[in-house]
Design a protein around this ligand. Structure first.
Ligand code: PLP
Length: 377
């Protein structure tokens, strides 16, 4: 199998699975239990928090474990609106956010919030000036992702944070950094956001665990889940100890030689661009500078057919995270591409394990698809 869909999810290294197995079978105590099996686990969870917080460049107390990136996004949007409920009921976000942010904003819309969705330009760019121009005195929250999951475009979060501090210091800033964490270097300090969402399964960790950084300007963040008071009362639910152990181990493994891994991914992307450029009717989409995501369109050939054809040959690529029944995803739609280009958008995404041979095989299969299938769009 050739796996070129690392932005969807990533393989879990043996060491990560082993760390999880040990927790599941031997160290299975509940961190809230008083006897040593529980107390030891509580200590271990704090160690794992330190590891993940270290990679995020924040204090361990500022990182809360969640069940996934989706939960972190939902929590950040609702907590920011709650804190600023007396400031106003306006949210600024973008049309290209992950559905976890878009749907959470939609909820807030149903509760009387006005949501401004900023459109990218044709290359997927959104500027800090554009975001700041949309901010009003009653803007409770700005939520702009760090790296777009379909195009790899990187958004200027640090500039937005600086501009917000000058224009409307009470407005809280959330960034969904699920695709940026350990892919595009940053720390909580350099980004300057009040909330930062991350997820385990995009970096070699298990599915079902994530984290939310909550910065010092957030006072008494409102929990999303009420219950037994875990995570300092802010995220109830018995800690998913095995997932957290796996997340931390995956972070350690990624951090080991991270620069080389990022250089490798960037090289894979450059190599893929070179190979794919030779395919007729292929066009590059977006200005993605993230090292692991490459969006292209085989203009005229429906993306779902390409994904199915390559999938049947054991080559895993994506047609965009929300491609349903031949309709382009909301991200592709926001780029306002000509219909034939929009219909053919596919995403290749790379990891430290990707090889040139993987890309050669994918390029060959794409060329064959182009040469042997009729364009339908
Ligand atoms: N945000 C972005 C940008 C993503 O790419 C994803 C996953 O695809 C998510 C959020 C959701 O993360 P999770 O799958 O952990 O809920």
């Amino acid at each position: 199998m050739i796996y070129l869909d690392h932005a969807a999810t990533t393989p879990v290294p043996r060491e990560v699975a082993d760390a999880m197995y040990a927790v599941l079978t031997e160290q299975y105590g509940n961190p809230s239990s008083q006897y040593p099996l529980g107390a030891d686990m509580k200590k271990q969870v704090e160690g794992w928090r330190k590891t993940v917080a270290g990679a995020l460049g924040c204090q361990p107390e500022q990182l809360f474990f969640t069940s996934c990136g989706t939960e972190g996004d939902n929590w950040a949007v609702t907590a920011a609106c709650w804190q600023n409920r007396h400031l106003g009921r306006h949210i600024v976000t973008t049309a290209v956010e992950h559905s976890a942010v878009l749907e959470a904003c939609k909820w807030m819309g149903q509760q009387g919030y006005e949501v401004t969705y900023l459109a990218p330009d044709g290359n997927g760019n959104i500027t800090a000036e554009q975001v700041l121009a949309a901010v009003r005195p009653d803007t409770a929250l700005v939520s702009v992702m760090f790296v777009n999951n379909e195009t790899g475009n990187v958004y200027p979060i640090a500039d937005i944070a600086r501009g917000l501090a000058a224009k409307n210091p009470k407005t809280l800033l959330h960034t969904d950094a699920v695709q940026g964490f350990l892919k595009v270097p940053f720390t909580a300090r350099t980004l300057g956001a009040d909330f930062i969402t991350i997820s385990g399964h995009k970096i070699g960790g298990p599915k079902g665990v994530g984290g939310l950084y909550i910065g010092p300007r957030v006072r008494n963040p409102r929990p999303l889940l009420a219950g037994g008071g875990q995570e300092k009362g802010l995220r109830s639910g018995t800690e998913a100890t095995a997932q957290i152990a796996g997340f931390a181990r995956a972070v350690e493994l990624r951090m080991d030689g991270l620069d080389d891994k990022l250089t490798h991914m960037a090289h894979m992307k450059a190599y893929a661009k070179e190979k794919l450029a030779a395919i007729p009717d292929l066009r590059f989409i977006g200005d993605g500078t993230a090292p692991h995501i490459l969006a292209v369109s085989l203009v005229g050939w429906p993306s779902q057919n390409i994904v199915n054809d390559l999938g049947s040959q054991g080559i895993c690529i994506s047609a965009g995270s929300a491609c349903h029944q031949g309709k382009p995803s909301h991200v592709v739609a926001a780029l306002k591409l000509p219909k034939k280009a929009a219909g053919g958008v596919i995403r290749l995404s790379f990891g430290p394990e990707t090889t040139e041979a993987d890309i050669d095989a994918c390029a060959e299969a794409l060329k064959k698809h182009h040469d042997t299938r009729m364009p339908m769009l």
